[in-house]
Ligand binder design. Structure first.
Ligand code: ADP
Ligand code: MG
Length: 627
C-alpha cells in the first residue's frame, strides 16, 4: 500500500512505529507475563534499587514490584489515552461535520458553544469536570475527551465548510440523496484523513493529560497504577529513591515521543498534496536527459524553433511518451496553430519549451528548442527564469487557476512587470492600466483594483492576456486560451491577439482543438496526433485540402454553419495510449485507408509541396476535398 511505503520513507516515523508496536505488544501480553502482583504491598522490601533479586526495576514506597506496576500502568494509560482520543475525535468530528454541512444558524449556535468551551483554560476545565464528576479514571477519561472535542470540532468544521459547497456535493444533492447519505458517502470520506491526522498528532497529548490528572490524584485511584499516579506517588521520594520516578517518567517520555514522531509521519503520508508527488517537490525546470546529439535549429528565420522535441513521463515503471519528436517553428509576427484531440500532447509540447513540465515525472529526452539562437533545453535555470514571462509568455486556458485569488489584478500585473524590470511601482501601475485598456477592459483605471473573483470569465481571460503582454514578449504561447469562453468573447479575444501580433510583431503559438479558431487567426497549422506532428502547412491549404486522413476526419467532425442537416461524422475508436504506441502510424488503427506499409517501421514527416509536409505513406491527393 502506498501509504505504508510513504510512511516507511520517513525514518523517524518508522522508529516511532516500531517503538509503539513494541509498547502496545507489551501492554497486550502483560497479563500473560510471569510478573509479581502489582498491588501486593511488602513494606519490608521498600525502595529496593533496580536490578535487585526478584525485582528487576526495584520496588516502590510500599514495596510493590515496579516492573509489574509499570507494565500494568502502561496498559491502563494507553487504553485511557486512546479511548479519550477516539471519543474526542468521533464526537468532535460529528459536531464539526454537522456545523460545517448545515452552516447558517446551526453552525453559529454550535460553534459559539465550542468557543465557550475553548475560552476556559484547558487544564482548569478538565479539573472542573473531574471535580464535578468525582475522581476516578473513567471520569478523567471523560474530562480529557471533553476538553479535546472543541479542537476536533473546529478543525473538521473548517474542512467540511470547504467541501460542502463543492460541485460533487451539489451533484449528489441534485441526484436526490438524503442529507445523511451525502454526509456519509460524500463528506465523510473526504474528512477522514483530516480526522486521522488530527488524532495521530493529539493522542500523545491526551495520554499526557490523563497522566497529569492521575498525578494530581484525580485519575486512577490507589492501589491501581497508571503512569501518572505512579509518578504522583513517587514524588515524595524523588531525591532519596529517584528510580521510582524515573521508571514511569521514562515510559511516558518514550510513549509520547514515539506517538508524536509516528503522528508526524502519518500526517505527511496522508496529506493529499504529498500523496501524488510522493514526498518530492517539482524541480524549478523540467529534468533533461538527452542522449542523442542535440539537433541544430532548422527553421532559418524562425524566432522559436522546436526540433525533435521528446518529452516523456516516467511513472511507476511505465513510460508515457507524451511528445515523441515534434518539430515546429514560429517566425516573428506569425501565428502557428497547433491542433489535435485532447491528450495528443499539445500542452506538454508547449510547457516543454520553457521547462515548465513538472519533474518528476516529466523528463525531456531529446530535441532542442532554439529561441533567438539559444538552446533552451537544458539551459541554466537563471537563463530560463530571465526569459520566462519576459520574452516568452504563456496564456493558459483557465485564468481562474493562474490568478492569485487574494491579490488585486493590479498588484499581480505590477508584480509581473517588476519581476523582470526594475521600474518604480507607480510607473508599473500606469503600464498595467494601459495593458488593461489594450485588452479592452472597460474603465481600466477603476478595474485595476478588482480581485479576480469580481471579474467575469472573459475579463479574467483578458487579464491573463494582459499579463502575458506585460513585458512586451517576442513569443506568446497560448494554450487553449478561448476554450472556456462563449463565442462573442472568444471572437473579441481572437481579434485582439490578431491585432497585437500585427502591431507588435508578436509570434504566437496557438494551441486549440477548434478549427474555426484556426481559420480565423493562424497563418500555418500543425496537426498533432499521439505526440507527433502528422501534418503541417498553410492554414487555407490544409483546411481546404487536407492530406493526412486524420486531418480530413478531424475536420469532417466540425459542423458547418449553413451546411444544412447532415449526420455529424465522428472518428471511431480512441487514440492509442502513449505508454504503448504501435509500430508505424499511430492512427492506423482508426484509418479507413490503412495499408500494410502503415503498420511497419518509422513513418516520416515528408514534404508534400514546398510549404506542406505530411506523415503518411499514402496521403490523400492534394486537391481532394475534405470528405
Ligand atoms: P493535450 O493535447 O490535451 O494538451 P497533454 O499535452 O496535456 O494533452 O497530454 C499529453 C499526454 O501526456 C496525455 O496522454 C496525458 O495522459 C499524458 N500526461 C500528461 N501529464 C502527465 C503526467 N503528469 N503523468 C503521466 N502522463 C501525463
Ligand atoms: Mg491541453
Amino acid at each position: 500500500m502506498s501509504f505504508l511505503r510513504l510512511l516507511a520513507r520517513n525514518r523517524l516515523a518508522l522508529a516511532g512505529l516500531v517503538v509503539m508496536a513494541c509498547v502496545c505488544l507489551l501492554a497486550l501480553v502483560t497479563p500473560l507475563l510471569p510478573l509479581a502482583a502489582p498491588d501486593i504491598t511488602d513494606t519490608g522490601n521498600r525502595f529496593r534499587p533496580p536490578f535487585s533479586e526478584g525485582a528487576l526495576l526495584g520496588t516502590d514506597h510500599l514495596g510493590r514490584d515496579l516492573l509489574s506496576r509499570l507494565l500494568w500502568g502502561t496498559r491502563l494509560s494507553l487504553a485511557v489515552g486512546l479511548a479519550a482520543a477516539v471519543t474526542a475525535a468521533v464526537l468532535g468530528a460529528a459536531i464539526g461535520i454537522v456545523a460545517g454541512f448545515y452552516g447558517g444558524r446551526t453552525d453559529n449556535l454550535i460553534m459559539r458553544g465550542v468557543d465557550m468551551l475553548m475560552a476556559f483554560p484547558y487544564i482548569l476545565l478538565a479539573l472542573a469536570i473531574v471535580a464535578a464528576l468525582g475522581p476516578g479514571l473513567m471520569n478523567a477519561l471523560i474530562a480529557v475527551a471533553a476538553v479535546n472535542i472543541p479542537f476536533f470540532a473546529r478543525n473538521i468544521r473548517g474542512v467540511t465548510v470547504g467541501i460542502a459547497h463543492k460541485e460533487f456535493v451539489d451533484a449528489a444533492r441534485l441526484s436526490g440523496m438524503s442529507d445523511l447519505r451525502i454526509v456519509l458517502t460524500e463528506i465523510l470520506p473526504n474528512v477522514v484523513p483530516v480526522i486521522v491526522i488530527a488524532m495521530s498528532t493529539t493522542v500523545g497529548w491526551m495520554i499526557l493529560e490523563t497522566a497529569g490528572l492521575s498525578f494530581l490524584g484525580l485519575g486512577s485511584q490507589p492501589p491501581v497504577a497508571d503512569l501518572g499516579s505512579m509518578l504522583g506517588e513517587a514524588r515524595a521520594a524523588l531525591i532519596t529513591s529517584p528510580h521510582t520516578s524515573v521508571v514511569p517518567g521514562a515510559m511516558i517520555l518514550v510513549i509520547v515521543m514515539a506517538i508524536n514522531l509516528l503522528g508526524d509521519g502519518v500526517r505527511d503520508a496522508l496529506d493529499p498534496r504529498l500523496k501524488s508527488g510522493a514526498l518530492n517537490r517539482p524541480l524549478p525546470a523540467t529534468q533533461v536527459a538527452r542522449d542523442a546529439p542535440v539537433p541544430a535549429a532548422q527553421g532559418g528565420a524562425a524566432l522559436l524553433s522546436i526540433d525533435g522535441l521528446k518529452t516523456e513521463f516516467r511513472v511507476k515503471g511505465r513510460v508515457y511518451r507524451a511528445v515523441g519528436g515534434v518539430d515546429l517553428d514560429v517566425r516573428p509576427g506569425e501565428c502557428l496553430g497547433l491542433v489535435g484531440e485532447s491528450g495528443s500532447g499539445k500542452s506538454v509540447t508547449a510547457l516543454s519549451v520553457m521547462g515548465l513540465v513538472a519533474s518528476p515525472p516529466g523528463v525531456i529526452t531529446g530535441g532542442s528548442v532554439h529561441f533567438d539562437g539559444q538552446d533552451l533545453i537544458g539551459a541554466r535555470y537563471e537563463t530560463l527564469r530571465r526569459i520566462r514571462g519576459d520574452r516568452v509568455a504563456y496564456i493558459f486556458q483557465d485564468p481562474q487557476a493562474t490568478l492569485h485569488p487574494l491579490y488585486t489584478i493590479g498588484t499581480q500585473l505590477v508584480e509581473a512587470i517588476r519581476a523582470h524590470h526594475a521600474v518604480p511601482r507607480a510607473e508599473a501601475r500606469a503600464r498595467a492600466v494601459d495593458l488593461l485598456g489594450a485588452v479592452r477592459i472597460p474603465n481600466a483605471a477603476a478595474r485595476i483594483d478588482s480581485y479576480p473573483h469580481e471579474l467575469s470569465g472573459g475579463m479574467r481571460q483578458r487579464v491573463g492576456i494582459a499579463m502575458a503582454l506585460a513585458n512586451d514578449p517576442d513569443v506568446i504561447i497560448a494554450d487553449e486560451p478561448t476554450t472556456a469562453l462563449d463565442v462573442t468573447v472568444q471572437a473579441q479575444i481572437l481579434a485582439l491577439l490578431d491585432e497585437l501580433r500585427r502591431a507588435r510583431g508578436l509570434a504566437i503559438l496557438f494551441i486549440t482543438h477548434d478549427f474555426g479558431v484556426v481559420a480565423q487567426l493562424c497563418d500555418r497549422v500543425a496537426v498533432m496526433y499521439a505526440g507527433r506532428i502528422v501534418e503541417t502547412g498553410p492554414t487555407d491549404a490544409i483546411l481546404s485540402r487536407p492530406a493526412h486522413p486524420y486531418t480530413a476526419r478531424l475536420m469532417a467532425c466540425v459542423p458547418a454553419p449553413g451546411g444544412g442537416r447532415r449526420r455529424l461524422a465522428t472518428i471511431p475508436g480512441l487514440p492509442p495510449s502513449v505508454d504503448d504506441l504501435p509500430a508505424g502510424c499511430a492512427f492506423a488503427g482508426r484509418c479507413d485507408l490503412v495499408q500494410d506499409t502503415c503498420r511497419r517501421g518509422e513513418i516520416t514527416l515528408d514534404p508534400l509541396t514546398a510549404d506542406r509536409a505530411v506523415r503518411c505513406p499514402t496521403p490523400l491527393r492534394a486537391g481532394a476535398p475534405a470528405s
